[in-house]
Design a protein around this ligand. Sequence first.
Ligand code: FAD
Length: 468
Amino acid sequence: MPLPKKIKNQLAKIVGPNGLIYEPDKMMPYLHEERGLAKGMADIVLRPNNVQEVSSIVQLCAKEKIPIVPVGGCTGLVGGTLANGGVILATDRLNTIIQVDPLNNTITVESGCILANLQAAALEKECLFPLSLGAEGSCQIGGNLSTNAGGVSVLKYGNTRDLVLGLEVVLPNGDVWSELNALRKDNTGYDLKQIFVGAEGTLGIITKAVLKLFPAPKVSTTVLVALPKIDAILGLFDQTRELCGDRLTAFELISRMAIELGSTHIPGIIDPFKTPYPYYALIELTSAQKKDNLRDNIEEILAHALEKGIIIDAVFADSEAQRRELWRIREEIPAAQSREGGSIKHDISVPVSSTVEFIIEASERVLKALPGIRPCPFGHIGDGNIHYNLTQPIGMVKKDFLLQSAKINRIVHDLVVEMGGSISAEHGIGSFKREELAHYSSPAKISLIRTIKNAIDPDNIMNPGKII
Ligand SMILES: Cc1cc2nc3c(=O)[nH]c(=O)nc-3n(C[C@H](O)[C@H](O)[C@H](O)COP(=O)(O)OP(=O)(O)OC[C@H]3O[C@@H](n4cnc5c(N)ncnc54)[C@H](O)[C@@H]3O)c2cc1C
């Protein structure tokens, strides 16, 4: 049902002319779906300027039972921002950095702050906000909190859930719940803020947050290591973790297929080794202690691994530019895969100790189901999080390949669950994984999710159709 003109006028009055978009072409960026798998539609996009405007919009929508879809940077990968009519509430004008407090090691921000801007504001005060991901130039902290984003530094700093101290949220009836605590210790009953982290906009709209900061690293070292076979990677990870402790910041897996796709399709990406190897580990160490000699530290581990045949070769980044080049190889994998044709993607986790077994077994099962399918696993292996992506067989029509998605997803997700893993490690559920969540969750879990949703949003106006 299109929104009645009277309601549109009332909404327009709340946000003023700068906060309103209704022209179809101007609404497009807010309807965007990162992987091009679906298209949203909405009657109006509202861009409120402060929490009072958010509250007034939600109050009016609650009264009229109009669905609201919160939209941040629109970089989510599970269709969480896909609207099906109603109002899109975009947070891009809520972008103030309110306070950086280096002594308390906290930063207070509005939820529409772009992640990279938040990182930069912290760095100006020699602090680190450690959340880091490929989309950091466009995703917003409200989106990161709502998806409990992971990224490349989870190993050392945890995921977004671990970085939040306080929140302000506009609830589905328009009330504002504000606990912008900057406290490391607060045991006053239920930890309410955590209900909204990872809720994907289904329980309210996050408008402000207090987040943890850390001392900015003074030294770092980054190395890409070539491995003779995938089995070698966990031994190397274990040794590096044991000998480097919390200086180990990232430990990523890259497959040969990923390097080949990157160097074929992405300008500027080159294989840094002369010889092809089956698997690679991208390792980064950081320290806030200037005198820490990280290079010596990791060289010693790698020399030992070389002697034992655990690794074959290694390339160090000798400058920030070279560091960026190594990370680009990792970050451009999804883009390279898209250019190769159809891909069926899985963002899964299993216990770190089972990651190698998972990759070997999953690849056997999918190849049996669809000969010629090309596994391109990569990701945060140090967190047990593999992006188990599959590229279409050479010569197969993309549409025909994608028609196999449900069958392939079932094979991969069955194995994940057999191994005690999760079908969504860091991207969330959104609309794309809703049926998978229902399929693999216990009735008790689904019932608890429904109870929480019904208690907070009884009329189901907040991002309906997502998660459940
Ligand atoms: C190149 C690339 C690399 C990526 N790498 C990673 C990675 O390493 N790790 C990872 O976890 N993810 C990754 N992602 C996925 C994505 O960037 C994250 O999910 C990110 O946290 C989404 O932020 P956003 O602002 O774009 O949110 P959006 O896409 O706008 O929204 C995501 C969800 O949050 C809800 N939402 C947004 N803002 C609010 C708010 N203020 N209040 C309530 N609900 C809200 C939306 O309704 C939606 O359900 C990547 C994406 C891309 C394109």
